[in-house]
Structures are given as structure tokens and as C-alpha cells.
Ligand binder design. Structure first.
Ligand code: FEO
Ligand code: CA
Ligand code: CA
Length: 642
């Protein structure tokens, strides 16, 4: 979600679309993670696209981008064509949801069946699979006729519309296959499924059942309905999908100052629960904290589910902490602990790492499925000298005791932000995706922006005051190239890239916002506001942005090498239609298809359902703009980007 949703005026929309900043990527001049500074080869051979801003999406010559799934498209056989004017909650539950974000492509193996996720994943089938897509949040003024602006659709939304919104949030699982005509949904697939705000889920891990998770509807504190604010996520090698709960506070209304328990009051303030948030609580009372003050504690977790078992019950994993989760991505090596990295996407919040207690054993699903419920969460400390430490969030250790209001490990996890602050973790410039390059085995942190960063609170890892452009850090765990020890409690880090325009005419702007890449960056190679990231099979980094419209051009994708002479020298590959950000870049295992999620097209200004900025992707006067997933291919069938 973008920055706009983070501002008090717009948090009612969750954190959805970003305010943009520009980033010309500044490349690190340090040795970095690479094997050597020589030997870089130009393996990103596409013809770069320009910075533009219009009502279209853009890909390079020799590529095509097909619209694969749009908000309202049926995901079951026999459904009628989409009609937003008559959409009901029951209909929405049979259709692709709103504001697509994270995408996981989970291969299907014709020899494996339901519940055999690891066998499916190992097939690396790149022509048939399950597309697993987050639906982060809703925008009623763009979904329904009759709302005059964003605010009227937020505070005055009807009960029927709230029901549709709750059915349009969450997640979708859709089987897709690659045909001669391109990728197509398989509507009669037994795997197709929607997860919504009314899907029953278990709460597992150390905080499950704690008194702070208990409500009138669920005295056990272990069963919750639904997930919301589903931003990015991750995948496990045992075939499950992780989905993050990010801007959940915007789903709740009420005044935290009216909550008697001071720890709970501060907790609710931390997540921007406020009286003028969207009015879901008027119609679904659990979203009013005056009625159910513990319900927000049942959100803000990572959720795991098995897409290969359509009857599987999703689980909220309390061991990964509670905050505004951007996502968690795994480093999984046979017979070593699972390591997962994630970010808390808010100003001055932290980068986290998790290490499982037991080791990952390929093929042993019964043991592997507990790897994310038994282990230790850590917060990152980035020191001035380029070293770093992971600080464990363990009740009873250091400041995490009753003296600071922690009763038990459940409190440490529910109030992970407070725990990490007390431990001395480094406050960052809004950590978004944190993902490991499978080729060089280094980990990259997208820091999207932080306008609240003052000159007085700079640190080496967050070096710019009023950081409107964002930047990217590189974490280098100890060990050899490609075989690093991610479970180590120490690491080195580098600045990989500072967003901004290296050629800005104003030298001050250049100094404040420009990149310092060692290679040549074209006029269209710079960007701002890194958000999601993916790596292609050759180890190139693909950065998705959220906020470039603030600098006059569309959000999109920029690809770059992570080492060698062209380290951190971005090339522009994809551009969104105006008002949109791009999320969830995801390659098929063969690298020949790139899926992207275009979120909140035509958002901003006075754009509404009745009078939208544009009507991408259909350009049909009967249809509003529709968040959509695109499948991008090279026309000759080759690897994307090569
Ligand atoms: Fe939903 Fe952090 O972007
Ligand atoms: Ca975003
Ligand atoms: Ca994001």
C-alpha cells in the first residue's frame, strides 16, 4: 500500500497506495556481496522503456503483457460476467478480489495430489500452477457508484458495501495454465479458492490462547475470522504460502484513548486505530475497539496456508511477531535451520529475522510444518561501521521483563515493536520486502522512504534526512559466496542503492536524492520508493516501486545486476497506468514468465467509480478501473530480461 494510506487522513484505506518519491538508484561503491568487481556482463538485454505517465501499462519492445486476472473476474466455472453495479458479497466470494498485491506462483505437478506441496514445488513446472494473490485493501469510492469522494466512501459506507469489501479483501488461489494463446485461468480447478475477512483461521505459536487474544466471540484466543491488509508474503519449500497482515489498523475504528489498559491503548495508537477510520465497525461490531478491544491483537501477524489443500485452515503464526508485516521470505537449505527475513513497513520501524529451532528436512512435511512455529525472532541492529547484529526477542532476557510490562513471550510478540525498541534495534526508513538473492546468497532490504527522518536522527544505514526517495541495503551474512550462514547472529551490511535522479540539475537535489552508481544509468534508469523485489534465475534484482508519480512518472519495475561493473545500475522494464503502483513481481521457475500485480489503478485526485481518471485495463465505459494481474513474456519465448 502506498504512503497515502499511512497518513492520518487516509489511513482509513489501510496503507494502500503510495505517495511517491523518486529514486534514481544510487549504487554502492563498496565491494558488496559480489564475487568480484570484474566479470560483470550485460545480461539484461531488453530495450529500456522511458519514464512516462498515462493510462496504459508499458513493456519493452519484443515483450507482451497480457491481462490475466482482474478484480471481479470469476474464479469458478459458470459465473456470470462481472457487473459491478449488482455485485453482492456472495458473488464477490466467487471472484478475484480487489487491489492485488503479493503473487506466489506455485507449480502443479501432474503426478502429485492435494496435500503434496513439496512434490508440486519440486517439479518446477513453469506451464501450469496455482497463482496465489493477496488482495490488500478496498477502495469503495472506486468500487461502487454513488460516492462523491474517498472520504464519503470511507466514513459513510453502507452495510451491503462493507460486506462486499470484506469479501474482496484477503487472498485468491487460481489455477492457471500456459496455452498457445498465453496464460489462462482454469475455472473448473478444485484448487480455486478465495480467502476473505470471514475465513476461519487458527492462531498458533507462543501467543496462541493468550488473554490478550481472547474475545467475546472466541474465548479460546485461538480462532479468528479472516485476514486483512495483505501486502507481500513468501513461500516455503514444503509448499505453503505466507501472507502478511500490514495496514490492519485502518480496518478498526474507535479511540485508543478510551481504552483503560495503558499498554493496550498505546498498542492501538501504534497501529493508527482512530475515531475517523473507515466505519466498518458500525456494521461489523468486532471492528470497533470500544466493543472488542482485543480484536486488533488478532491481526498484524503472518498467515500460512497450504494452496495444494483447498480445505486447509490458514494459520496465524505468532512466532513471527505482530507488526505491520510487509512479508517474510525464507532461506531454506537442507539440514540447516530455516531463516526468514521480514520488514515492518512504518517509519522508524525495524527489519526482523527468524531462525527455526529445528532443521529443514526435505520431504519431511510433518516436521517441516512446525518450523515457523518453533524458533526465535530477532530485530536488526545496523552499526555505523558496517557491521550488524540480530537481537533476540525472548521474554526474560535483557529489558524484556515484567519491569517493562511484559508478562510473558506472548506480550513480547504482540508488542514486538516495543520489544525491538527496548533492545536497541535500528529504526529504519520503512522496511518493505526483505529478500535473499539465490545466486549470491546476500539479502536485500527495500527501504521505501521516511519523510519523518530528521537530520538529528540519521544513522549510517538511514543516511538521508527527509528521505523521500528511499534506498536499498545489502546484508552480507558470514561465509563464502553463495553459501552464507544466515543463522549467524552477526552480519555485514552495505548501502546498495540510494533512490533518486543522478542527473538532477539542482546540485542540492542531486546530493540529497541522487544515486551514485558506478556504471552509467540512463535518464530512465533512476527510480524512487523501492517496495517489492524479486530475483530472476540469473540473480538479477527486479525492484517494484510505489511512489514515483510524486516525481512525475509512473511506478514500475527496474532490473539490475547485484554485482560486477553494472551492480545497482537499473534499467527500466515496466510502467504502470497512472494512479497505480506495481506489486508482487514473480517469475515462473524457468524465468520465462513474469507476473506483476497492478494495484489501485486510477487512484488519486477526484477519481471515483462514477468519474474515474481512466478505465484501465478494459477501457470500457461500463466498467471502472480494475486492479489486475498481468503475465509478461518475451515474444520469442525466451527468458524475461535476458
Ligand atoms: Fe502494502 Fe508496505 O506496502
Ligand atoms: Ca506498496
Ligand atoms: Ca508493499
Amino acid at each position: 500500500m502506498s504512503d497515502d494510506l499511512k497518513s492520518p487522513a487516509r489511513r482509513t484505506l489501510f496503507k494502500a497506495f503510495g505517495a511517491a518519491t523518486a529514486a534514481g538508484a544510487a549504487a554502492s561503491l563498496l565491494p558488496g556481496c559480489g564475487k568480484s568487481e570484474k566479470g560483470a556482463k550485460e545480461n539484461l538485454g531488453f530495450a529500456e522503456i522511458p519514464h512516462t505517465l498515462d493510462d496504459q501499462h508499458h513493456v519493452p519492445e519484443d515483450y507482451r503483457a497480457d491481462v490475466l486476472l482482474r478484480w471481479g473476474d470469476p474464479i469458478v466455472a459458470g459465473a456470470t460476467p462481472f457487473d459491478p453495479q449488482t455485485l453482492t458479497a456472495a458473488e464477490q466470494e466467487r471472484r478475484f478480489g480487489y487491489n492485488n498485491d503479493f503473487i506466489a506462483f506455485m507449480p502443479l505437478n501432474g503426478q502429485a495430489g492435494p496435500g503434496e506441496g513439496e512434490r508440486h514445488c519440486k517439479s518446477r513446472n513453469s506451464e501450469r500452477g496455482l497463482l496465489c494473490v493477496n488482495h490488500e485493501y478496498t477502495q469503495p469510492h472506486l468500487m461502487f457508484s454513488g460516492y462523491s469522494d474517498e472520504y464519503s466512501a470511507t466514513r459513510g459506507v453502507s452495510a451491503a458495501h462493507v460486506a462486499v469489501e470484506q469479501a474482496a479483501c484477503g487472498h485468491a488461489i487460481v489455477e492457471i495454465e500456459k496455452t498457445a494463446a498465453g496464460w489462462q485461468p482454469v475455472l473448473d480447478s478444485p484448487y480455486n479458492r478465495r480467502i476473505t475477512l470471514n475465513t476461519a483461521m487458527d492462531i498458533v505459536g507462543p501467543a496462541a490462547g493468550d488473554s490478550r487474544l481472547q474475545t467475546a466471540a472466541d474465548p479460546s484466543g485461538t480462532r479468528v475470522f479472516g485476514t486483512v491488509g495483505n501486502c507481500a508474503g513468501g513461500k516455503t519449500p514444503w509448499g505453503t504460502v505466507l501472507i502478511a497482515e500490514e495496514g490492519f489498523g485502518g480496518a478498526f475504528q474507535g479511540d485508543p484513548d478510551d481504552i483503560a489498559d495503558p499498554i493496550e491503548s498505546v498498542n492501538h495508537h501504534t497501529f493508527d486505530i482512530a475515531p475517523d477510520n473507515r466505519n466498518w465497525g458500525d456494521h461489523d461490531r468486532r471492528f470497533d475497539i470500544a466493543v472488542e478491544p482485543h480484536e486488533p491483537n488478532r491481526f498484524g501477524w503472518m498467515v500460512e496456508y497450504d494452496p495444494y489443500d483447498p480445505n486447509s485452515i490458514p494459520r496465524k503464526l505468532t512466532n513471527l511477531g505482530r507488526f505491520e508485516h510487509e512479508g517474510f521470505t525464507l532461506v531454506s537449505k537442507p539440514n540447516q535451520p530455516i531463516v526468514a527475513y521480514g520488514g515492518d513497513d512504518d517509519e522508524h520501524q525495524f527489519v526482523y529475522r527468524y531462525v527455526s529451532r529445528e532443521k529443514y528436512r526435505p520431504g519431511d512435511y510433518a516436521r517441516n510444518r512446525d518450523l515457523l512455529t518453533e524458533g526465535t525472532l530477532y530485530a536488526g541492529q545496523f552499526n555505523e561501521d558496517g557491521s550488524g547484529r540480530w537481537l533476540p526477542l525472548i521474554f526474560g532476557e535483557g529489558p524484556l521483563t515484567g519491569a517493562n510490562g511484559f508478562r510473558n513471550q506472548a506480550d513480547v510478540l504482540i508488542d514486538a515493536r516495543r520489544a525491538a525498541t527496548l533492545l536497541g534495534a535500528t529504526p529504519m526508513d520503512r522496511p518493505e520486502d526483505v529478500e535473499t538473492n539465490p545466486v549470491n546468497d546476500c539479502t536485500y532490504v527495500m527501504l521505501t522512504k521516511n519523510k519523518k527522518r530528521n537530520a538529528e536522527d540519521l544513522n549510517a544505514a538511514n543516511p538521508r534526512p527527509r528521505n523521500v526517495m528511499g534506498h536499498v541495503l545489502e546484508i552480507v551474512p558470514p561465509g563464502a559466496y553463495g553459501r552464507r550462514d544466515h543463522a549467524s547472529d552477526t552480519f555485514k551490511w552495505n548501502t546498495f542503492l540510494l533512490g533518486g535522479n543522478p542527473n538532477a540539475e539542482n546540485p542540492h537535489e542531486r546530493g540529497a536524492y541522487g544515486q551514485q552508481a558506478p556504471g552509467t544509468i540512463s535518464a530512465h534508469g533512476w527510480f524512487a520508493n523501492p517496495d517489492n523485489v524479486a530475483f530472476d534465475p540469473r540473480g538479477n534484482m527486479w525492484v517494484a516501486t510505489d511512489g514515483c508519480e510524486s516525481f512525475g512518472f509512473h511506478d514500475g519495475l527496474w532490473a539490475m545486476a547485484t554485482e560486477g561493473e553494472l551492480r545497482a545500475a537499473p534499467k527500466h522494464f515496466f510502467g504502470c497506468p497512472q494512479g497505480a503502483e506495481v506489486c508482487g513481481p514473480e517469475f515462473t521457475p524457468d524465468g520465462r514468465t513474469l507476473f506483476v500485480a497492478v494495484q489501485h489503478p486510477a487512484s488519486g485526485g477526484a477519481s471515483t467509480f462514477d468519474n474515474p481518471m481512466h478505465r484501465w485495463p478494459d477501457n470500457d465505459p461500463a466498467l471502472p478501473p480494475r486492479p489486475s494481474v498481468l503475465a509478461i513474456y518475451r515474444r520469442d519465448g525466451g527468458e524475461v530480461g535476458s
